[in-house]
Write a protein that binds this ligand. Sequence first.
Ligand code: AMP
Ligand code: GLY
Length: 428
Amino acid sequence: MNILLLGSGGREHAIACKIAQSGNCSKLYIAPGNAGTAAVGENVSLDMADFDAVGQFVLSHDVKMLVVGPEAPLVAGIADHFADTPALSHVMVIGPKRQGAMLEGSKDYAKAFMVRHKIPTARYQTFTKATLKEAEAFLDTLQAPYVLKADGLAAGKGVLIESDLKTAKKHLREMLGGKFGDASASVVIEEYLSGIELSVFVLTDGQHYLLLPSAKDYKRIGEGDTGLNTGGMGSVSPVPFADKEFMKKVEDRIVKPTVRGLREEKIDYHGFIFVGLMNCNGDPYVIEYNVRMGDPETESVFPRIKSDVVELFENTAHESLDRCMLSVDPRTAACVMMVAGGYPESYEKGKAIDLGEEDADVQVFHCGTKRDDKGNLVTNGGRVICTTALAATLPEALMKSYNRAATIHWDGKYNRRDIGQDLLKLMI
Ligand code: AMP
Ligand code: GLY
């Protein structure tokens, strides 16, 4: 069948590589894609937010499956558009409808869902401008550090963690005053969870689920987890401390009640659930849900999936995931992200990229790249390219990934040198 994948990052390049390997994919289109996806399928210049244009492309190119990479089209209802348009309703859509996507689109909705289904998460309350006084009083009952979250999507910037109560109250007033526009018209205030973060990924058809490999990403720009937040500077899969015992707790306390909750609330959900977790002394707590795969977690999770992903997606759409077994490469994957100088603040685009020497053992995923008018490969975003190596051990995977990354160049390239080091220390 013909398949259309929406998105343009490293996540989409990694997903595209797996889809293209499947015997069930005749033609793969990626919209808008990047220079890496252009080598795996055909890039199409489509605006993901223009559902009519996406629908027309799907019809004119006989696309049978739509795989949605990022959250924005899901939160805006692309899966509903396909289901509700008679000419498109036969298309398999991988990604939840609007109501399911609210798990990412509204922190308040996600927290209330967790409370309804007794899923462990930090204690919280939600406030608006009208309840500012109550919000300040709630902050007074909490201990530092204080966690403030814009309710809506704020491009990954809507969470503030502040140790000083007065400053936290100032941030609260700014958020409710429109710091993140409509996204912070409601603010979730929650207890701080102390522990180590990890991400767990689930593919669900709304009835059944498959637990995909776990991963850890590195969000800060600076080594030792310092500096500004980024989209993610690297990832490792699996997470060594997510052993059988811990993952059983995750499955019993979080994954099963989440899927059961979707079913009980009659929320049609065909797609990924990305559960951001905190491991607090061996017990998992949900920090957030996302309704898509993570980036750059996908770049270490997908290379480990040995099953035919198109077959998994077909069974997801047909609510028959119970027929599928997931086959996973037991080796460790390590992904190192290379970014433009200045990122995540202002940075330049259009720098010529030298891809260095190929290494059959290391995959290179493109994130913000494109071909310029002359066909040269140039930077086209903050996160530019990442390398993923698979090896028997984490140190080996890191070494291979870093060696490959060292051969890639452009003016201003930066990468963290300490991806995975925290996990190695825990393993000693
Ligand atoms: P979120 O967008 O909800 O994932 O939050 C962004 C980041 O803030 C998370 O990845 C955590 O590092 C941190 N964070 C969010 N909520 C909490 C919390 N309750 N306790 C500690 N850290 C948190
Ligand atoms: N790496 C975090 C995310 O994709 O949201």
